[in-house]
Design a protein around this ligand. Structure first.
Ligand code: SAH
Ligand code: SF4
Length: 347
């Protein structure tokens, strides 16, 4: 499919650069283009009910061991208020994929209520939906959408999903195209270290991000979950997945200087300082979890998920201090729109 030979060579070359050198190039480019600011998004995992059955994910529909939950609108508004009061100006509503009218209308209502009450950007991460639904949610006030392609390699995509129309690579691409057409600030991403994933696949992922002209990127290490079918294929080296994710963050910062890149929770599931390291390698967004603690373990996509700390003032203070020591500034009261999107839309 893809292959821009020059870009491919460059990506592989960067990948083979020693971590310290790579990190330093990414840091220089970042400081010059988007500065050392770090922006926050509070993430609320509103429901673990999912109609899909991705072979790697702990909340897949066939996993009967989890207890279902669905936060109500008062809970979500209460969490949004607490986040707003702490200085968050961007909130992520994430959920297992649901396509019922009830779900669509519920999200619609929540978007309207949040927008009526708070000056805050709404990021949705609610999976694949009809174009009409994305349109309705946008009209109601949603600003951004995150939909990871997971891997841009169709063969690998097939291997990590059930072979049916609900898990189609083509549909996922169409969704991303729809989101862009509707002018969402559009984010995608991948898991790194999937069984059978090669360096060539990762280089193609980078090319995919560039061709899709995305605004935001969230990449995380693949973490095998024993409650999923893909676990049995697990000849996985978590340390390697961790380091390759850091490398990919730097490579993407170098090749796409003005996009927003998140330092993801999954990095922290491997090392407690993981999210800070992500920032050092070029990420400029942190997404603290604000889901009520009693539900966090029911939303276990993978093992060893960190606690929900995003509403603890001390946590944010510590984060700010740790970043400051490293010459980064944690920015409150600012939604931190991707410069890439702003540039695209400024005549
Ligand atoms: N249902 C929505 C959003 C929730 S899943 C969607 O699929 O888009 C959010 C992300 O969790 C997925 O995109 C996937 O990349 C990640 N994820 C799921 N299982 C994982 C695992 N075992 N290791 C690492 N990341 C995982
Ligand atoms: Fe559902 Fe998303 Fe998990 Fe797939 S990755 S099973 S769509 S929650």
């Amino acid at each position: 499919m893809l292959i821009n030979k020059e870009l491919h060579k460059k990506t592989i070359e960067l990948f083979n650069t020693k971590n310290e050198a790579l990190k330093s190039i990414a840091q220089q480019i970042r400081a010059k283009t988007i500065s050392n600011n770090v922006y926050l998004r509070a993430i609320i995992e509103i429901s673990n009910i999912c109609e899909k059955d991705c072979l790697y994910c702990g909340i897949r529909s066939s996993n009967k061991r989890k207890k279902h939950y669905f936060l109500n609108s008062d809970d979500i508004l209460g969490l949004t208020k607490s986040a707003y009061d702490l200085g968050y100006r961007s909130i992520v509503i994430q959920s297992g994929e649901q396509t019922s009218n009830h779900f669509i209308e519920f999200i619609d209502k929540i978007i309207r209520k949040i927008k009526e009450n708070f000056d805050i950007k709404i990021v949705l991460s609610c999976g694949e939906q009809q174009q009409q639904v994305y349109k309705q949610w946008k009209k109601s006030g949603a600003d951004r959408y995150l939909l990871r392609i997971e891997t841009s390699c169709p063969e690998l995509y097939k291997k990590i999903h059930p072979n049916n129309s609900k898990h189609s690579f083509k549909s996922r691409i169409k969704c991303l195209m729809d989101l862009k057409k509707l002018n969402y600030q559009t984010g995608t991403g991948i898991m790194i270290g999937l069984p059978g994933q090669t360096l060539t696949d990762l280089a193609k992922d980078v090319e995919f991000f560039l061709n899709m002209d995305i605004d935001m990127l969230g990449m995380g290490p693949y973490i095998p979950n024993p409650q999923t079918p893909l676990y049995k294929d697990a000849d996985i080296n978590l340390e390697e997945n961790y380091h390759n994710t850091l490398k990919m963050i730097s490579i993407c910062r170098i090749l796409m200087p003005d996009i927003n890149i998140a330092s993801t929770t999954a990095l922290e599931a491997i090392h407690s300082y993981g999210r800070i390291e992500g920032i050092l390698y070029g990420a400029n967004v942190l997404m603290p979890n604000i889901t009520p603690e009693k539900f966090v373990q029911d939303y276990s996509l993978y093992e060893n998920k960190p606690k929900s700390m995003g509403l603890q003032k001390t946590y944010l203070n510590e984060l700010g201090k740790a970043l400051k020591k490293l010459s980064y500034s944690l920015i409150l009261k600012d939604p931190g729109a991707p410069l890439h999107y702003i540039n695209k839309h400024t005549p």
